[in-house]
Design a protein around this ligand. Structure first.
Ligand SMILES: [Zn+2]
Length: 247
């Protein structure tokens, strides 16, 4: 059930029996030589929508651009400042809270969003505690990364071992190819496994990781692996969502 395909009376009826909503959040940034710019938004959106179908929850429109400053030395990458992303998350949550939504389950596709989205949750809680008075039910926000759903780490290890890496991973690239098989570009990369390490800003990132990958070999990605990863991610987050709602 997608929020943007409902009417307002539909949403009012939904709110009579359910106060939760799922919000996909991704990023629009380089994903190595054969991964799509939209990888993180595509993965978060597909997983979130499938979870929403399984648990009967509304799913909000995807937040497609995240905190990706460190990817800006590669063509096509877009970023919000942390302060902008905090404002986007806060305004989205408070818009929905006005109608009666109380529980916000974010499905995230990008590691670079985590610190900023958690800071946005702290801002939301601070505003509720410091500014609002009365006994309105508290807002609850939760952030889950699809690649940390139960079962994904072991499946990625089984599929790719030490070629999984941390950016432009064969797992996330596989998931996008499952969603868009026409985009699949398996290839031999040199070096096969990209370097690992720290970085500071965008220029430093490109110097250390010239083709955009970190520690990974997305040349091994496949449509078939993407299908398995999708099923496991959805099952893991369905369980997590149900436990959270029940608690
Ligand atoms: Zn990614």
């Amino acid at each position: 059930m997608l929020l943007h395909l409902q009417t307002w009376p539909d949403v009012e009826r939904y709110l009579a029996g359910n106060d939760s909503i799922i919000i996909p959040i991704g990023s629009t940034e380089q994903h190595g030589p054969n991964g799509l710019i939209g990888t993180d938004a595509l993965c978060a959106e597909a997983v979130a929508r499938a979870v929403g179908d399984r648990v009967g929850s509304l799913v909000a429109p995807t937040i497609p651009v995240g905190m990706a400053q460190h990817h800006l030395a590669f063509a096509g990458s877009m970023s919000l400042r942390p302060s902008t992303l905090i404002a986007v998350v806060k305004d989205g949550v408070f818009s929905l809270a006005r109608h009666g939504f109380r529980r916000f389950y974010f499905v995230n596709g990008h590691g670079g969003n985590i610190a900023t989205v958690q800071a946005a949750f702290s801002e939301i809680y601070a505003e509720a505690s410091l500014v609002k008075t009365g006994n309105q039910p508290a807002l609850q926000c939760r952030l889950r990364n699809w690649w940390q759903a139960d079962g994904i780490a072991s499946l990625s290890r089984e599929l790719y071992g030490n070629a999984e890496g941390s950016h432009a991973t064969p797992s996330e690239v596989s998931l996008t190819w499952h969603l868009h098989p026409e985009a699949a570009r398996p290839m031999r990369l040199e070096p096969e496994i990209a370097p690992t390490g720290d970085f500071s800003d965008a220029a430093d990132y490109r110097r250390r990781f010239p083709d955009g990958r970190i520690g990974s070999n997305p040349g091994l990605a496949s449509v078939e692996a993407g299908k398995r990863l999708m099923e496991v991610a959805v099952a893991g987050l369905v369980e997590d969502y149900r436990r959270w709602i029940a608690a």
